[in-house]
Ligand binder design. Structure first.
Ligand code: GRF
Length: 205
């Protein structure tokens, strides 16, 4: 069997997508292991999930640093020390520094709870996304896993799935719950696809 790939997960909140990725590693579905969880909030639920899975977690936020460069340097150093080869953003509510995007080009993914390129971009996060889907009168919505570039939600799509029907009486909350269920299945699948395509080709830097 080939070596396992080190995955770092960035999350700002409860971390249910982080859980689904770590569980997929634990189950052997992904030939990978969680090596580091990074949050911008010390009290984010994702730290408890990290503990549960025995993965180190750290709080690193922009406001701890004088400037963007020092912030990016700290993130990159932490990731390299942990031997992270793939970064998965999972409900990370901060902009990723450009230096980090460059350092992990092709190995930095995000999950978005809608069918991009619609319902993406600045302000399209959390319940806003589902509210916009309902207001637009869409009959269905879904989930997108994409590469991260310097523009919000505009990176190349790695995997996308629709089929979450928007019901007449849906609220943003009820729709979010059904989309989240799909997120938990699609992110591991997307990482599996990434591993199939790239794992052999990349080396720990
Ligand atoms: C998810 O819906 C994700 O798509 C979005 O933020 C939410 C995070 O949920 N970007 P969780 O922290 O993974 O539970």
């Amino acid at each position: 069997m080939s070596r396992t790939v080190g995955i770092a997960i960035f999350a700002s909140g409860r971390g249910s997508n982080a859980r689904s990725l770590l569980q997929a590693c634990a189950d052997g579905y992904l030939n990978a292991r969680g090596v580091l969880i990074i949050s911008n909030h010390a009290d984010a639920g994702v730290h408890d999930i990290a503990k549960e899975f025995g993965v180190p977690s750290r709080t690193i936020s922009r406001d701890q640093f004088e400037d963007g460069k020092a912030f990016a340097d700290e993130l990159i150093t932490a990731l390299k020390e942990a031997k992270a080869e793939l970064i998965c953003l999972a409900g990370y509510m901060r902009k990723v520094p450009p230096a980090l995007i460059r350092a992990y080009e092709g190995a930095l993914l995000n999950i978005h709870p809608a069918l991009l390129p619609k319902f993406g971009g600045k302000g399209m996060y959390g319940l806003n996304v589902h509210q916009a889907v309902i207001e637009a009168g869409e009959s269905q919505t879904g989930v997108t896993v994409h590469y991260v570039n310097e523009k919000y939600d505009e990176g190349v799509i790695l995997l996308q799935r629709g089929g979450v029907l928007v019901e007449k009486d849906d609220s943003p909350e009820s729709l979010a719950a059904r989309v989240l269920d799909l997120e938990h299945r699609l992110y591991p699948e997307a990482v599996h696809k990434w591993l199939d395509m790239f794992a052999g080709a990349r080396q720990v830097c």
